[in-house]
Design a protein around this ligand. Structure first.
Ligand SMILES: [Ca+2]
Ligand SMILES: [Ca+2]
Ligand SMILES: [Ca+2]
Length: 398
């Protein structure tokens, strides 16, 4: 048996969106959970209870108390499967061949436009259980049900890679768990739901907590956080910008766990922005950032690209000055990210150099040698526009 539900405390370390309910989802090996309706494996797994009137979505008047309708949800996951158990308190179990007015679960996956899986438990006599996306019987899903003195229960196994709106490596599966209750009239009278809840994947949440702890940071320090594939296999990593550092958390990292580096700027306020975009079209996101560097009585702003190269080393293949300044005098370049017309990827265009307070005589700076230097307004016309196109670890100027 694998340790289950062990990470509730760390899960709570992350701020929830308003009104959301978090359901901890702990790690388990495939083969631990038998879809047999006995629920012995679920002992000790942290459950989330839905038993109060604020969770009634429909039919408040027909609801008497938690014995009439209430439920608890439990979650576990393995590399390949999501396991869900829902135990329902319900005084009358209704199951017909029509399904329309039967007791059932509605599992709505995803944010915004959710996809709903309807799960009808069998009656353990004549009618078998079934799960449906709309009218279509769901494929790849295993289920088992139990009939109890005070209600009914369902355990389900779903393939991880078929969960709508979820990519492996994300911290949470967005899911609204609802129970539709029909009683003696064979009509759904009450629906209770978790609302916009999340199944919080314990390993990812734990890795995030460990990362923040190692950084001596709190969630408040995170200026940007995105789930994106930046390295290794196709599962996503958590990419964060905090203070003047970039942090990457995920199991695909060559080091495992997490990776972090400081951007070459002295202060957190000198990082203007961090964005993720796939410049070279290989479906892995590059980390693009703009930062300020100061020294020698002046300053410059740089746009730089960071990525994991084909040998999984973290590199900065590209950097270009886009501003040079002394006090109020500046030279500024425009930077544009343009989707390539053919094929995938994004070009970087640097153009429209403008000087404020400088001219060719008063501007004394020598051109940068460590990175591409700023484009000068008094350069030859054809040198005032630079287009960079990326391919693998390389790029070329067109
Ligand atoms: Ca019922
Ligand atoms: Ca990855
Ligand atoms: Ca890429």
């Amino acid at each position: 048996m694998v340790a289950l539900g062990l990470l509730t405390a760390t899960v709570l370390g992350f701020p929830l969106s308003a009104g959301a309910m978090d359901i901890p989802c702990g790690p388990a090996e495939d083969g631990v959970f038998f879809l047999d309706g006995l629920f012995t494996e679920w002992k000790g797994v942290t459950a989330v209870e839905v038993a109060t009137p604020q969770h009634i979505m429909q039919g408040r008047k027909s609801w008497n108390n938690a014995k009439d309708l209430s439920f608890r949800v439990m979650c576990n996951y393995s590399k390949r499967h999501l396991y869900l158990a829902v135990e329902v308190k319900d005084e009358y179990f209704v199951r017909t061949n029509k399904r329309k007015g039967d007791d059932h679960l509605r599992l709505s996956f995803g944010r915004g436009k959710a996809r709903t899986l309807r799960v009808f438990p069998g009656d353990l006599k004549k009618i078998r259980g079934g799960a449906y996306w709309g009218r279509h019987k769901a494929k790849g899903i295993k289920m088992a049900e139990a009939m109890r003195r005070d209600g009914w229960a369902v355990e389900l196994r779903l393939p991880m890679n078929r969960i709508p709106g979820y990519r492996v490596g994300q911290e949470a599966i967005h899911l609204n768990v609802a129970v539709a209750d029909a009683d003696w009239r064979a009509k759904v009278e009450t629906v209770m739901a978790t609302g916009r809840s999340r199944l919080v994947v314990a390993q990812v949440a734990a890795d995030l907590s460990a990362f923040l702890k190692a950084m001596k940071a709190s969630p408040k320090d995170i200026r940007m956080r995105k789930a994106a594939d930046v390295v290794g296999g196709r599962r996503v990593e958590q990419v964060m910008w905090l203070r003047r550092a970039i942090g990457i958390v995920g199991e695909d990292l060559p080091s495992g766990g997490y990776f972090t580096f400081n951007l070459p700027a002295a202060r957190a306020a000198d990082i203007r922005w961090v964005r993720l975009m796939d410049l070279n079209g290989d479906r892995k996101q590059e980390i693009v950032t703009r930062y300020v560097q100061r020294g020698g009585g002046g300053r410059r702003e740089v746009v730089a690209v960071y990525r994991f190269d084909d040998g999984n080393r973290f590199v900065r293949p590209f950097a270009h000055e886009v501003l040079k300044g002394q006090g109020s005098r500046t030279i500024v370049n425009r930077i544009t990210f343009k989707k390539r017309r053919r094929g995938r990827g994004i070009e970087i265009i640097i153009d429209e150099p403008k000087a404020h307070g400088f001219d060719a005589q008063s501007y004394k700076e020598t051109s940068a040698e460590d990175i591409h230097g700023i484009v000068l307004p008094w350069a030859e016309k054809e040198k005032q526009k630079r287009v960079f196109r990326f391919s693998g670890d390389e790029y070329e100027e067109r």
